[in-house]
Design a protein around this ligand. Structure first.
Ligand SMILES: Cc1cc2nc3c(=O)[nH]c(=O)nc-3n(C[C@H](O)[C@H](O)[C@H](O)COP(=O)(O)OP(=O)(O)OC[C@H]3O[C@@H](n4cnc5c(N)ncnc54)[C@H](O)[C@@H]3O)c2cc1C
Ligand code: FES
Ligand code: FES
Length: 1134
C-alpha cells in the first residue's frame, strides 16, 4: 500500500511532505526541514515549554476552528494532517513588526538569555487567540508548562498583566487599584519609583489583525475524512476515519498502539528507546471524541483531550446542583495540577487510563468514583466499572490486545455522597505525584453512617490501588473520631511500602495516605456540619478548618523601587535608566541564534558523548562537528553545585552574642578536582556571612567521590558557606529563646570592623539595608500576625525570617581580575564595541553600551556591539564572580577615554560641532579612531596559608525578609511574600539589576526548597531532566515580591559607582528556607510535643518530603519504616 502525502500549514504556508516519518517530531521538522529555529529544544519531554507552538484546526464536533498550544517536541508530524501550525516566527519579527506579545515581553524586561522566550510568547499568544482579554489567573494557568531559568518570572507576569482584565500598570495615574503603583503603600517614607516600563509605549492588541485559518483547510471541513497512512523506515502510522476501520485495524494489528496526544508514547520512544511498528490514530473518529450528559453521569469519548474534559466539567459544576458534582470537583482538582496547557490540550483521557501509570492522577479518582469504561473490539462491547480489578499488574489493564477504550462515564454524585481528590508532588505545577488519591463516602440516607467508602491511591504500589481491607471494615460505622483512628491505623498497615520501594521517600508517602484521609475526614465533617447542623458529628474545631482548605494562590502583587536618575541628567545619558536588554526583541521574535540554531553545514558531523573511564576515540576529522547535548545527557554528564556537609561548634552568651565558632566544611567534589577547592575556599571566606565572630576557625575539604565532577555555580561556594552560618545563627537564637532577627542584628558587623580574613569593612551599608527591609516588610507587625495565625490554625503554619548577606566581589585568583575592550569609531559616527565578557542573558552587553554611551556622550543608537571573541580582545577572563561589569565596564571606559582624548583637539576647534563632525575631522587628519582599553583591579590578592592580603575589592550587601505558609499535613508550602533591599551602588540599569536580583533569588529558591538530585545506590543519576528535577516554575515565586535597590549608596570601587549584582542575591532565598523552618517549629510545638527551644535537623532543600517528615505528629509516628542495615534504598541523596 502506498503512503499518503502529509499536508499541513506552517505560518500560513502549505507544507506537503511525501515521506512523512511517524518518528519525526514537529520540533525536528520545524528546525531541520523548514529552518524555523525560533522554536527551541529545551528538554524534549514536554516539561519546559521552550518548543511551544500554536495548533489550529477545524473541530467537527464543535463546528468551529480551535486554537491550542502544544509541545512541538512531543507532537509527531503525522498527527498534523490538515492542521495549521503557528510558530514564533509566524506572529511577528523585528524586520517587519513585533506582535504585541513579543513587544511587551521584551519591553517589560521579561527575557534575559531569551531561550525560554519564544515558548512563553507562544503560550501567551495562544491564550489571547482564545481569550483576547484574559484574567490574571488565566495568564498564570497558561504558563504551567513553561519554565524560565533566568528572570524570576515576575517581569513576564507584570508585562503580560497589561493584556488582562485585572489591569496593568498605568504609572499610578489612572484610578486603577490593580496598578502596581496604586497598591498598598509602605509605612516607610520611600518614594515609589516609576514603573520599569511604560505601558503607553505598547502597541494595542488588535485581534482582527491575526492571521486567518488557511481557507484551503477550512474548505475541507465538508469533505468526508478518508483513512490516511504514512510509512517511515520503521514505523507505519494509520489515521483511521471511522470506528469500524479502527476496530478492523486493531484486529489486524493487536500489538498496535493508539496514539492521541503522544505524551506517553513519545516519552517511551525517546527515553526508553521503544519501537512501536504500527501506530493507529483515532483522532478523527466521532465516537471517540464525543461528550454527552447522561442520566447517571457525563460520558467522554476516550480521545477527548484533558483540556476539553476540564472545560466540560467546569461548566457542569457551574450549572448542576452542588451535591451532583462532588466527583467532578475532584477530577477538576486533579486537572488543576496536571501538566501544562500544552500537554492537557493534546493528551487524552483514554491515554491516561490505558497508560495505567501507577502515579496517574486520574485513575484513583475514577476508581474511587466507580466511573464506567466502555470497551469495544470488532464484534464485542462491554461496560465495566473501574475497580480494583481494572489494573491487574504494572502498566496493564484488563483490555485484551484487540480491544480499545471507547468512552468513560464519570458519575454524578448523589445526596449524602462526598468526594475529594488530593495530590502531592515536589512542585505544584506540572509535576508527577508522589502520592495521589480519590476518596468517596456515601452515607445511609439522612445519617452519618457509612454505606460505601472508597479510598484509592496512586504512588503506593505498582498500579492504582483501592484500600479495600480498610474500607470494608468501616461499612455501617459512623463518621467520627473512632473511624478516623481506625482508618489511619489500618491504612498505615495496608499501604505499607518496603524501605527500598521504587520512588523512595517511603515514610513520606505512607504518611501522605493518612494525611489525605484526615483532610477528607475533616472536609466531610465540615460539609456534614453544613448539611446536618444539629448533628454532633458536624462540629469541626475551627482551628482544624485550615486542613480542609485547597491551595489558592492570590493574584501576584509586585513592587520595584529604585533610584531615578538625578534631575538634569541628559536624555542621552542612559546610565541609571531601565533600558531593555538590547537583544530582547530578537529573543522574543525567535531571531536570536543559539548554538544549535547555527545553520547546518553539508558535511557536518554530529558528536555524541559516551561515558567511559578511558578515552576511546581519536578525532581529527577536518570537518565541522555539531555537539548539542540533550537535557538528560547534559544532566547525566555535568555535575552540579557542590553539596556541603558541615560540623560546627558555636560558643555564645545568653544574650545571643556569639563569641567563638569552629566549622569543618566538607564539599562533595565528585570524581575530579575541577573548581571544588576554590569553591570550598570561598565558602570559608563566607563562613561569617555578615557577623562579627571574635574567635573563629574554619577548615574545608573537597572530598573526592564517585559522582560526576561537581563545579562552581552562581555564588561559587558563598551560598554554601552562608547557609551554614545562618543555620548555627538560627539555632543560637532558638537556644537563647530570643527573636532570631534580634540575635542576627546583635552579631552583625559594624563599619570599620575587620572580617575573619582581616579585611576592613568600609562603606558598610548592610545596617541600612537591614533597617530598610525591616521597615518596608513591616516585619514586627507581621511577626505578631504570623504568631496569631499559628495559634488559630492547627494544620497550616506560617513562618517569617529576615536574612542579611555580605558577598565579597572579586576573583581570589588575582590575575583573573583583568579585562580588555576594543572601541572602533567609523566615519559615520557609529561605534563598534567589543569587550572580554560573555553575554549570557545577564545584560552585560546592554550595560557596556550604556557605559560607552555615557563615556563618549553619544546616544546608544550609535553604538553597536560585536560578539565577544579572542581575535578582538585576547586572554579574556571567565565571565563569572559577578565582576564582569566592573572590569569590562572599566576597560570600555578606558578605551573611550583614549578616543575622547584624540578627539579633543577637534572638539576645541569646533566646539559647536557634532560627534560626527569631530570624528570626520579626526579621520581627515589621519588620527587613529580605534582604541583598546585595559583594566585590572588594584591591590587585591589573598593567601589562605598566611590569612593575609585583601581577597575582595569590595562587598555587595542585601537583606531579604520572607514569609511562607506550610501545609503541615502534606509538606506543601506557599511563598507568601518576600521583601528585598539590595545595595547595587548606583545602578547602571535598574531593570537589569532588579532582574538579576529576582532571577538570582528565584534560583536560590530552587536551590533551597526544590532542587534535589537523586542517585541510585550504584551511582546512576535518576533525576535527569525537568520531569524529575524540579526547578522553580511561575507559581513558585512569592505572591508578593518586592525588590528595592538601596538609594544613595555610590560605590567608589566600580564603574560609575555601581556594584556587582549577578551572584550575591541568590543567597537571599535562604530567608525562605529559614521561614519554612520557623513554621515547622510552630507545627512541632503544637503536634509533636516539642518545646520551642528544641533543635531539629532540616537539610536543604526543604522539599515537601522533608517538611512533612519534620512536622512530627500522630500520623508520622504511625508510618516509621524499619530500614534493615542491608537495605539498598531506591535512591541516595548527596
Ligand atoms: C509533560 C507531561 C506531563 C504529564 N503530567 C501528568 C500528570 O500530571 N498526571 C498524570 O497522571 N499524567 C501525566 N502525564 C502522563 C500523560 O500525559 C497522560 O497519561 C496522558 O493523558 C496520556 O494521553 P495521550 O493521549 O497523550 O496518550 P498517548 O501517548 O497517545 O497514549 C498512551 C497509551 O494509551 C493507549 N491508548 C490511548 N487511547 C486509547 C484507547 N482509546 N484505547 C486503548 N488504548 C488507548 C495508547 O495505546 C498508549 O499505550 C504527563 C505527561 C507528560 C509528557
Ligand atoms: S523542549 Fe519541548 S517541552 Fe521542553
Ligand atoms: S531561560 Fe528564560 S530568559 Fe533565560
Amino acid at each position: 500500500m502506498t503512503a499518503d502525502e502529509l499536508v499541513f500549514f506552517v505560518n500560513g504556508k502549505k507544507v506537503v511532505e511525501k515521506n512523512a516519518d511517524p518518528e519525526t517530531t514537529l520540533l525536528a521538522y520545524l528546525r531541520r526541514k523548514l529552518g524555523l529555529s525560533g522554536t527551541k529544544l529545551g528538554c524534549g519531554e514536554g516539561r519546559c515549554g521552550a518548543c511551544t507552538v500554536m495548533i489550529s484546526k477545524y473541530d467537527h464536533l464543535q463546528n468551529k476552528i480551535v486554537h491550542f498550544s502544544a509541545n512541538a517536541c512531543l507532537a509527531p508530524i503525522c498527527s498534523l494532517h490538515h492542521v495549521a501550525v503557528t510558530t514564533v516566527e509566524g506572529i511577528g519579527s523585528t524586520k517587519t513588526r513585533l506582535h504585541p506579545v513579543q513587544e511587551r515581553i521584551a519591553k517589560s524586561h521579561g527575557s534575559q538569555c531569551g531561550f525560554c522566550t519564544p515558548g512563553i510568547v507562544m503560550s501567551m499568544y495562544t491564550l489571547l487567540r482564545n481569550q483576547p482579554q484574559p484574567t490574571m489567573e488565566e495568564v498564570e494557568d497558561a504558563f504551567h508548562g513553561n519554565l524560565c531559568r533566568c528572570t524570576g518570572y515576575r517581569p513576564i507576569l507584570q508585562g503580560f498583566r497589561t493584556f488582562t482584565k485585572d489591569g496593568g500598570c498605568c504609572g499610578g495615574n489612572a484610578d486603577n487599584p490593580n496598578c502596581c503603583m496604586n497598591q498598598k503603600k509602605d509605612h516607610t517614607q520611600i518614594t515609589p519609583s516609576p514603573c520599569l516600563f511604560n505601558p503607553e509605549d505598547f502597541m494595542p492588541l488588535d485581534p482582527t489583525q491575526e492571521p486567518i485559518f488557511p481557507p484551503e483547510l477550512l474548505r475541507l471541513k465538508d469533505t468526508p475524512q478518508k483513512q490516511v497512512r504514512f510509512e517511515g523506515e520503521r514505523v507505519t502510522w494509520i489515521q483511521a476515519s471511522t470506528l469500524k476501520e479502527l476496530l478492523d485495524l486493531k484486529a489486524q494489528h493487536p500489538e498496535a498502539k493508539l496514539v492521541v496526544g503522544n505524551t506517553e508514547i513519545g516519552i517511551e520512544m525517546k527515553f526508553k528507546n521503544k519501537l512501536f511498528p504500527v501506530i493507529i490514530s483515532p483522532a478523527w473518529i466521532p465516537e471517540l471524541n464525543f461528550v454527552e450528559r447522561g442520566p447517571e453521569g457525563i460520558s467522554f469519548g476516550a480521545a477527548c483531550s484533558l483540556d476539553s474534559v476540564e472545560k466540560t466539567l467546569k461548566d457542569a459544576v457551574a450549572e448542576l446542583p452542588a451535591h451532583k458534582t462532588e466527583v467532578f470537583r475532584g477530577v477538576l482538582e486533579q486537572l488543576r495540577w496536571f501538566a501544562g496547557k500544552q500537554v492537557k490540550s493534546v493528551a487524552s483521557i483514554g491515554g491516561n487510563i490505558i497508560n495505567a501509570s501507577p502515579i496517574s492522577d486520574l485513575n484513583p479518582v475514577f476508581m474511587a468514583s466507580g466511573a464506567k469504561m466502555t470497551i469495544v473490539s470488532r464484534g464485542t462491547r462491554r461496560t465495566v466499572p473501574m475497580d480494583h480489578t481494572f489494573f491487574p499488574a504494572y502498566r496493564k489493564t484488563l483490555l485484551s490486545p484487540e480491544e480499545i477504550l471507547l468512552s468513560i462515564e464519570i458519575p454524578y454524585s448523589r445526596e449524602g455522597e462526598f468526594f475529594s481528590a488530593f495530590k502531592q508532588a515536589s512542585r505544584r505545577e506540572d509535576d508527577i505525584a508522589k502520592v495521589t488519591c480519590g476518596m468517596r463516602v456515601l452515607f445511609q440516607p439522612g445519617t452519618t453512617q457509612v454505606k460505601e467508602l472508597a479510598l484509592c491511591y496512586g504512588g503506593m504500589a505498582d498500579r492504582t490501588i483501592s484500600a479495600l481491607k480498610t474500607t470494608r471494615k468501616q461499612l455501617s460505622n459512623f463518621w467520627n473520631e473512632k473511624l478516623l483512628h481506625e482508618v489511619c491505623a489500618s491504612l498505615a498497615e495496608e499501604l505499607h511500602l518496603p524501605p527500598d520501594a521504587p520512588g523512595g521517600m517511603v515514610d513520606f508517602r505512607r504518611t501522605l495516605t493518612l494525611s489525605f484521609f484526615f483532610k477528607f475526614y475533616l472536609t466531610v465533617l465540615q460539609k456534614l456540619g453544613k448539611e446536618h447542623p444539629e448533628d454532633k458529628c458536624g462540629q469541626l474545631d475551627p482551628t482544624f478548618a485550615s486542613a480542609t482548605f485547597l491551595f489558592q494562590k492570590d493574584p501576584p502583587a509586585n513592587v520595584q523601587l529604585f533610584q531615578e536618575v538625578p534631575k538634569g541628567q541628559s536624555e542621552e545619558d542612559m546610565v541609571g535608566r531601565p533600558l531593555p536588554h538590547l537583544a530582547s526583541a530578537m529573543q522574543a521574535s525567535g531571531e536570536a541564534m543559539y548554538c544549535d540554531d547555527i545553520p547546518r553545514y553539508e558535511n557536518e558531523l554530529t558528536l555524541r558523548l559516551v561515558t567511559s573511564t578511558q578515552a576511546h576515540a581519536k578525532i581529527k576529522t577536518g570537518r565541522p562537528v555539531r555537539c548539542m547535548l540533550d537535557r538528560d545527557e547534559d544532566m547525566l554528564i555535568t555535575g552540579g553545585r557542590n553539596p556541603f556537609l558541615a560540623r560546627y561548634k558555636v560558643g555564645f552568651m545568653k544574650t545571643g552574642k556569639v563569641v567563638a565558632l569552629e566549622v569543618e566544611h566538607y564539599g562533595n567534589a565528585g570524581n575530579s578536582e575541577d573548581l571544588s577547592l576554590r569553591v570550598v575556599g570561598r565558602a570559608l571566606l563566607h563562613m561569617d556571612n555578615s557577623y562579627k565572630i571574635p574567635n573563629i576557625r574554619g577548615t574545608g575539604q573537597a572530598c573526592k567521590t564517585n559522582l560526576p565532577s561537581n563545579t562552581a555555580f552562581r555564588g561559587f561556594g558563598g551560598p554554601q558557606g552562608m547557609l551554614i552560618a545562618e543555620h548555627w545563627m538560627s539555632e543560637v537564637a532558638v537556644t537563647c529563646g530570643l527573636p532570631a532577627e534580634e540575635v542576627r542584628k546583635k552579631n552583625m558587623y559594624k563599619e570599620g570592623d575587620l572580617t575573619h580574613f582581616n579585611q576592613k569593612l568600609e562603606g558598610f551599608t548592610l545596617p541600612r539595608c537591614w533597617d530598610e527591609c525591616l521597615a518596608i516588610s513591616e516585619y514586627h507587625a507581621r511577626r505578631s500576625e504570623v504568631d496569631k495565625f499559628n495559634k488559630e490554625h492547627c494544620w497550616k503554619k506560617r513562618g517569617l525570617c529576615i536574612i542579611p548577606i555580605k558577598f565579597g566581589i572579586d576573583y581570589t585568583l588575582s590575575f583573573l581580575n583583568q579585562a580588555g575592550a576594543l572601541i572602533l569609531v567609523y566615519t559615520d559616527g557609529s561605534v563598534l564595541l567589543t569587550h572580554g565578557g560573555t553575554e549570557m542573558g545577564q545584560g552585560l552587553h546592554t550595560k557596556m553600551v550604556q557605559v560607552a554611551s555615557k563615556a563618549l556622550k553619544i546616544p546608544i543608537s550609535k553604538i553597536y556591539i560585536s560578539e565577544t571573541s579572542t581575535n578582538t580582545v585576547p586572554n579574556t577572563s571567565p565571565t563569572s564572580a559577578s565582576i564582569s561589569t566592573d572590569i569590562n565596564g572599566q576597560a570600555v571606559y578606558e578605551a573611550c577615554q583614549k578616543i575622547l582624548k584624540r578627539l579633543e583637539p577637534f572638539k576645541r576647534k569646533n566646539p559647536r560641532g557634532s560627534w560626527e563632525d569631530w570624528v570626520t575631522a579626526a579621520y581627515q587628519d589621519a588620527v587613529s579612531l580605534s582604541a583598546t582599553g585595559f583594566y585590572k583591579i588594584p591591590n587585591v590578592g589573598y593567601s589562605f596559608e598566611t590569612n593575609s592580603g585583601t581577597p575582595f575589592n569590595y562587598f555587595s550587601y542585601g537583606v531579604a525578609c520572607s514569609e511562607v505558609e506550610i501545609d503541615c499535613l502534606t509538606g506543601d508550602h506557599k511563598n507568601l511574600r518576600t521583601d528585598i533591599v539590595m545595595d547595587v551602588g548606583c545602578s547602571l540599569n535598574p531593570a537589569i539589576d532588579i532582574g538579576q536580583v529576582e532571577g538570582a533569588f528565584v534560583q536560590g529558591l530552587g536551590l533551597f526548597t526544590l532542587e534535589e538530585l537523586h542517585y541510585s545506590p550504584d551511582g546512576t543519576l535518576l533525576t535527569r531532566g525537568p520531569g524529575t528535577y524540579k526547578i522553580p516554575a511561575f507559581g513558585s515565586i512569592p505572591t508578593e515580591f518586592r525588590v528595592s535597590l538601596l538609594r544613595d549608596s555610590p560605590n567608589k570601587k566600580a564603574i560609575y559607582a555601581s556594584k556587582a549584582i549577578g551572584e550575591p542575591p541568590l543567597f537571599l532565598a535562604a530567608s525562605i528556607f529559614f521561614a519554612i523552618k520557623d513554621a515547622i517549629r510552630a507545627a512541632r510545638a503544637q503536634h509533636g510535643g516539642s518545646n520551642t527551644k528544641e533543635l531539629f535537623r532540616l537539610d536543604s532543600p526543604a522539599t515537601p518530603e522533608k517538611i512533612r517528615n519534620a512536622c512530627v505528629d500522630k500520623f508520622t509516628t504511625l508510618c516509621i519504616t524499619d530500614v534493615p542495615g542491608n537495605c539498598k534504598p531506591w535512591s541516595q541523596r548527596v
